[in-house]
Design a protein around this ligand. Sequence first.
Ligand code: GRG
Length: 296
Amino acid sequence: MTQNMSFPTWMGHIQQRTETALQSHLPTKAVSPARLHDAMAYATLGGGKRVRPLLCQAAGLVFQTSEEALDFPACAVEMIHAYSLVHDDLPCMDDDTLRRGKPTCHVEFDEATALLVGDALQSQAFQVLAEAPVDAVRKVEMIHLLAQASGSRGMAGGQAIDLAATGKNISLEELEFMHLHKTGALIRASVLLGAHCGGADAEALKNLSHFANRIGLLFQVVDDILDVEASTATLGKTAGKDAAQNKSTYVNLLGLAAAKEKAAELRSQAQAALLPLGAGGQRLRELTDYIVERSY
Ligand code: GRG
């Protein structure tokens, strides 16, 4: 039983099963068009912390949902995440050459292929959700949730706000609004997809929604801190990018010490929201600690 596993063992177990499930949901390069399918696998497999699938599995665990059923929303949200990274790295956006410790998709393949990889991964994510082994009502709720979280009122909207704000002075409220959309929306969706897959009731959804909001912001505050404190080798992506691009972050708006205090405050708010879930929220509690204490 996975509940007896230590947190690191459980995390490794979910990361491994996510890798296998992602592989099974991606066309191989034996299927035409080979180059596009090769690039989709390159962008999705063999890297990343899999924080979103972990959150999805941990939220589903609150309702004793099977890992097999949760693989579907976990893979769908990771595909959206992988697509966002490929597009974010493009020359017209962040223009980066290193991701997950290897050349970015457009460097390894080419720009047009990378654009198509993002488009195709996004479609594939919704195909996977449509194939989830849950009843039609839950399925539609999950599809609706992921569409809203990744679209213009979620992640893509947050990216648009980020691009418009680059090089400008913005307030802390504006920064929070941007991060709640750009990064927070998909993190929040990861938790709620797991909960919907498990048939959570309205009360549980309310508590998890509050938790998910806090953890979405927490993830980005820690990301801002790591961009300053960690090396490129540890991060597997270019460190110091925010300052180089003159981007507003929690660190440059608040200072490093206050950004760390903000992270500590968000961690306790997130964990307080889990209290009503009792022992069922254990993995979510552990993941909250992991998000704060991670080194990349
Ligand atoms: C082009 C229509 C269109 C949309 C693009 C690019 C984009 C939408 C959104 C960008 C979202 C983005 C890249 C947010 C950054 C989030 C973030 C902190 C990513 C790093 O996540 P980790 O640390 O990465 O979970 P790993 O590699 O571990 O999965």
